[in-house]
Design a protein around this ligand. Structure first.
Ligand SMILES: [Zn+2]
Length: 305
């Protein structure tokens, strides 16, 4: 069949498109930082307690040998990510918080990114049927802004005006000095009650010292009717990288060596006890258990089991 004008035009178009620079179809570069999420909540029971996970947002960091696997490099981290079916050029994290209803107390564990970084925790709280002034206690794992940002409203006022804010006595001085948190600390200072870990803070709630991510970083163990749940805070960030290789260091920890040592020790303890875990940065809703795999662990999501 002779080549008519229509065929010729089609051929030219195909040729031009085949010769187009590759940049036009390249994968978008990683944009690091907080990312927005839709509000939501997930609810389950621990003993007789009602436990609710509150969605707040997300966070993306590039796989560049900084935040993860700083002593092994991005190629080794990328292999773990690819094996788990995740993109190998970035590590994507959730940002979530926990709400526990117990007799006489309505307890919020961490407060998310806050209004400065588009945290949606207030909307998730509303969907869960709770108003901010009903919160009696806020337990802070550490002073990074993805955990304390939500202590204030968009106009800088206390977001939980009726609550006692519990924070490790090793963490509070730094939160008052750090440029990223000192305005938040000043806004809520009269509500803050610093504590030394180890003593029960509320009935069945004990702070566990897990230093390394920050100077005074703690987790919280909640016990009810023979069942336990530990909010591990930022003891681990990636359910892929940190669980497969707990001893790998990363720049997310203020003291990377101490952070890796604490992670290695605490994850071993939690796996051996088959203890239920909440991790603010694991895939939504961040509740599950550890199962041994090789030198590390696999994440088994879900509150049962
Ligand atoms: Zn964090």
């Amino acid at each position: 069949m002779p080549l008519n004008l229509k065929h010729l035009l089609l051929f030219v178009l195909l040729f031009v498109s085949a010769c187009a620079p590759r940049a036009s179809v390249a994968v978008a570069p990683v944009v690091a930082g907080p990312v927005a999420a839709a509000a939501g909540f997930a609810r389950f029971h621990l003993g007789g307690l009602e436990v609710t996970v509150l969605r707040d947002g997300g966070f993306v960091t590039p796989n560049d040998g900084g935040d993860f696997g700083s002593q092994v490099g991005p190629a080794a981290v990328g292999r773990l990510l690819r094996a788990a079916g995740a993109p190998s050029d970035r590590i994507s994290l959730s940002v979530d918080a926990l709400l526990v209803r117990m007799p006489g107390h309505l307890v919020l564990l961490d407060t998310g990114l806050g209004p400065a970084d588009h945290g949606v925790l207030p909307w998730s709280l509303a969907l869960a049927g709770v108003t901010p002034d009903q919160i009696t206690d806020v337990l802070i794992t550490h002073d990074h802004t993805d955990h304390v940002g939500g202590l204030v409203t968009a106009d800088g006022k206390p977001a939980f005006p009726s609550a006692v804010i519990h924070i490790s006595a090793r963490e509070w001085p730094g939160m008052q000095k750090d440029v990223s948190t000192k305005a938040i600390a000043a806004a809520v200072a009269t509500q803050v009650k610093p504590f030394d870990p180890g003593q029960p803070l509320l009935p069945g709630v004990t702070a566990i010292p897990l230093y390394g991510h920050t100077t005074g970083h703690v987790g919280y163990e909640i016990a009810a009717a023979g069942q336990t749940l530990e909010d591990i805070g930022d003891t681990a960030h990636s359910s892929i990288v940190n669980l497969a290789e707990p001893a790998w260091r990363g720049g997310m920890d203020e003291d990377p060596a101490a952070g890796a040592a604490t992670r290695t020790h605490e994850l071993a303890r939690l796996a051996a006890a088959h203890e239920l875990i909440f991790s603010p940065h694991f895939p939504w809703p961040g509740v599950g258990r550890l199962e041994a795999k090789g030198d590390g662990y696999m994440w088994k999501p879900g509150p049962s089991g």
